[in-house]
Design a protein around this ligand. Structure first.
Ligand code: AMP
Length: 288
């Protein structure tokens, strides 16, 4: 595995892959890698594509007072994990090269970025869409892999790629969970033991909502109620939002009359945990 820091070297490596007739898949991450990230690497390499994993803690997607400074960083461990997972390139660009002096362009999707998490993290998805666009420009991948764990991010990237004709195939990766159901996240490292002990209730609440969906076409309030009931009595968890939305447009749905994304954010102290399930009426949770 090559470790590349400079954008010019990354462009050259990608050019060499393409010249050899090889496809290139990009896996954008912020590092502090876990098995969820590694599942994306495995998906990226399908079909014999070369796999470029970027590790970049993107300053523009953190709001004031968010965890940019304390976000976990462990490049040596990330490199070892990626080497073992079979990645071809670990790309770690400098912030100064991603956002050079005079940088002035932003990608915005107003109808999709100010809902769900965007309501609580103003500017976050503008930062995400913009950095993904820059990384696509730097690497020139045929495909890029994103996890369904970040369902709003995934919907936004798919819309951006389609609207701007970026020509990057988006591969979706299922959510990887701990044995007790907690969705893996780099931010789980912030949890105290007692918060960690309660955190699996998030998946418990989602599963209760999925059971309801399995029996028919419940309304959004019933689904939200089932989720909240699953968290009842939790001492350290508070629900920030629970919403049923269209998985592609993120528009609110009144009832589960077709596939719907039940998306939640829960606070454990200062730590925000997000999770979701795609629900199908009469079927429950589905992998689409
Ligand atoms: P991050 O480093 O948290 O920005 O995540 C990088 C990529 O990994 C994103 O596409 C995430 O959706 C994906 N990802 C993070 N956690 C998981 C998980 N538990 N299961 C699947 N994908 C994940």
């Amino acid at each position: 595995m090559r470790i590349i820091g400079r954008a010019a070297d990354m462009a050259e490596a990608a050019r060499a892959f393409r010249a050899a007739g090889e496809g290139v898949a990009l896996v954008p991450t912020m590092g502090a890698l876990h098995d969820g990230h590694l599942s994306l690497v495995a998906l990226a390499s399908r079909g014999g594509r070369r796999v470029v994993v970027s590790v970049f803690v993107n300053p523009t997607q953190f709001g004031p007072g968010e965890d940019f400074e304390r976000y976990p960083r462990d490049p040596a461990r990330d490199a070892a994990l990626l080497e073992k997972a079979g990645a071809d390139v670990l790309f770690m660009p400098d912030a100064g090269e991603v956002y050079p002096p005079g940088f002035a362009s932003w990608v915005q999707l107003p109808s999709m970025e100010n809902v769900l998490c965007g309501r609580y993290r103003p500017g976050h998805f503008r930062g995400v869409a913009t950095v993904c666009c820059i990384l696509f420009g730097m690497v020139g991948p045929d495909a890029a892999v994103f996890g369904r764990k970040d369902a709003q991010q995934l919907a936004i990237i798919k819309r951006m790629v389609s609207d701007l004709r970026l020509g990057v195939g988006i591969i979706e990766a299922p959510i990887v969970r701990e044995a007790d159901g907690l969705a893996m996240s780099s931010r789980n490292a912030y949890l105290t033991p007692s918060q960690r002990a309660e955190a699996p209730r998030i998946f418990g609440g989602l599963s209760a909502a999925a059971t309801l969906a399995g029996h028919g076409s419940p309304g959004a309030p019933e689904l939200a109620g089932a989720f909240r009931a699953g968290l009842e009595g939790a001492r350290e968890l508070s629900v920030q939002y629970v919403e049923l939305v269209d998985p592609s447009t993120l528009e609110p749905m009144d009832a589960l009359d077709r596939d719907g994304l039940l998306a939640v954010a829960v606070l454990a102290g200062r730590t925000r945990l997000i999770d979701n399930l795609i629900l199908r009426p009469g079927a429950g949770a589905v992998e689409v």
